[in-house]
Design a binder for this molecule. Structure first.
Ligand SMILES: C[S@@+](CC[C@H](N)C(=O)[O-])C[C@H]1O[C@@H](n2cnc3c(N)ncnc32)[C@H](O)[C@@H]1O
Ligand code: SF4
Ligand code: SF4
Length: 455
């Protein structure tokens, strides 16, 4: 017991000091343990992060392998579908030969096609055709851009035979689906951005042999379909993204410089791109950035594009082209965002409208060089009811022409899918309705010219 107040205070003081010491000890023990635990946890987190990174890298590798295998698989599927499509064309040819029908019925005897004398088209593997390859039978190309010089190609035996067949009115290498042989074109001279090649035959066209079909003239029309690179993956055109590898794009660029540039001397219309997008192609945009009106005073350009990449900034960058007359074909296939997304996979509807508005404004300028604008629309099951709105859309964006095109199977659809998509097939349950929609558009008066190869 404490006898005095001082003894009590001293004892209390000791208690307080001990309490403080204990508190300090507790604190240091607590901190130590905690810090250790944090260190341990930190190490664990580090390990887990490393493992996560490794797993992510492995995932990337697997994903790339998977993409490659998938692309290969789809590529093969496309090839098979395309071959089936080709076989059906051959069956058609066989039937028309057996029955003596088709374009060999003599009705074209009065006409000649000028394209084999003045036009070439270069395909991705370098095959050179005299006109759109899908209009020519048996893959009848006249030479190869990567393997031969221009002279070897332009007057090859195959080129001379092709010319002979269109000079004597036989058209034996031409497919019935050639849009120039469409009766509407022959009778009314339907013209889009290109020049109609079908002319009446004259006395001079009666040549005795294919050997007489040699020409010294250079091509007036050149179409580039030599790069499949594109920023979109439209289901009608491809199942997977396609782009040339950098090294191949450099080789293409060199061939464009070495073989194409000299060919452009007398060229009046250079078209691009039939199978990819000019503005997505490294080789083509690099080459186009060097074209000038001074070097090629006769030259005009015809550019078919999805227009997604031709922003005002890109147009500014390609300032060298502003002095060259340009005809634009812009593929749209829809009148609203929803359908656009379906038919132009990877495309942005708002950006399309912005870029179209930019072209419309550019065409109001005094120094405007865009002499023609055509909006394209491939008619299919999901958009045929929009054809009339599309004509209106064309007017709104100041187009000269709106072109409705027939859907083909480019190998991206199975037979069943194609049968459903291709609403213009007379056996399709919606065929009649689709034809009525199109007829209604054709019968109305429009400011814009309507072109079609369907009715
Ligand atoms: C292949 S694209 C190349 C140019 C550019 N990338 C574009 O889309 O305009 C040329 C044209 O072919 C059309 N097209 C694509 N797939 C088609 C198909 N299966 N049948 C018919 N035309 C098709 C496009 O709509 C476009 O007008
Ligand atoms: S008629 Fe058609 S397929 Fe034949 S050469 Fe002329 S454009 Fe080509
Ligand atoms: S934009 Fe043209 S080239 Fe590209 S995927 Fe579509 S149709 Fe094919």
């Amino acid at each position: 017991m404490y006898r005095t107040r001082e003894e009590l205070d001293a004892a209390w003081e000791m208690v307080e000091q001990r309490k403080q010491k204990l508190e300090e000890r507790r604190q240091s023990l607590y901190n130590g343990t905690f810090t250790n635990q944090i260190d341990l946890l930190g190490q664990k987190v580090g390990q887990l992060q490393q493992e996560k990174q490794l797993l992510e890298e492995r995932c990337d590798v697997l994903q790339r392998d998977n993409d490659r295998v998938y692309a290969g698989h789809r590529g093969l599927e496309e090839e098979i579908n395309f071959l089936k499509y080709r076989i059906s064309a051959l069956d058609g040819l066989h039937e028309s030969v057996v029955q003596g029908t088709g374009i060999h019925d003599g009705s074209l005897k009065k006409y000649k096609c000028m394209y084999p004398f003045e036009r070439i088209e270069i395909l991705p593997r370098g095959e050179v055709y005299t006109c759109c390859s899908s209009y020519v039978k048996h893959n009848y190309y006249i030479g190869n851009f990567y393997e031969q010089s221009f002279d070897e190609i332009w007057n090859s035996e195959r080129a001379l035979k092709m010319r002979y067949s269109v000079s004597n009115g036989n058209f034996e290498y031409c497919m019935e689906n050639c849009k120039w042989l469409h009766k509407d074109n022959i009778e009314n001279g339907t013209d889009t951005a290109s020049t109609n090649p079908i002319v009446l035959r004259t006395e001079q066209d009666n040549v005795d042999s294919w050997r007489e079909c040699y020409t010294e003239k250079m091509p007036r029309f050149i179409t580039l379909t030599c790069d499949e690179t594109c920023n979109l993956r439209c289901p009608t055109c491809r199942s997977t993204a396609k782009a040339l590898k950098k090294a191949d794009a450099e080789i293409l660029y060199e061939r464009l410089e070495d073989v194409l540039r000299p060919m452009l001397r007398d060229c009046e219309l250079l078209g691009a791109l039939g199978c990819g997008d000019l503005f997505a192609s490294y080789a083509l945009t690099k080459f186009y950035a060097t074209l000038t009106a001074e070097e090629f005073p006769k030259l005009k350009l015809y550019i078919i594009t999805n227009l997604q990449l031709l922003t005002p900034e890109k147009w500014e960058e390609l300032g060298n082209l502003h002095a060259i007359p340009i005809r634009f074909g812009v593929s749209v296939d829809a009148v609203n965002e929803e359908t656009y997304k379906l038919n132009r996979r990877g495309g942005d509807w708002k950006r399309l409208l912005e870029n179209l508005s930019f072209l419309r404004e550019w065409r109001k300028r005094e120094d405007n060089n865009i002499e023609f604008l055509c909006l394209h629309f491939v008619v299919q099951e999901n958009n045929f009811r929009q054809v009339e709105d599309f004509a209106r859309f064309g007017e709104e964006y100041g187009a000269d022409t709106v072109e409705f095109q027939r859907l083909g199977n480019w190998g991206t659809f199975s037979d069943e899918e194609f049968a459903w998509r291709n609403v213009l097939n007379p056996n399709h349950e919606l065929h009649e309705e689709a034809v009525t929609c199109l007829r209604n558009v054709m019968e109305k008066e429009w400011k814009v010219k309507i072109v079609q190869n369907i009715l």
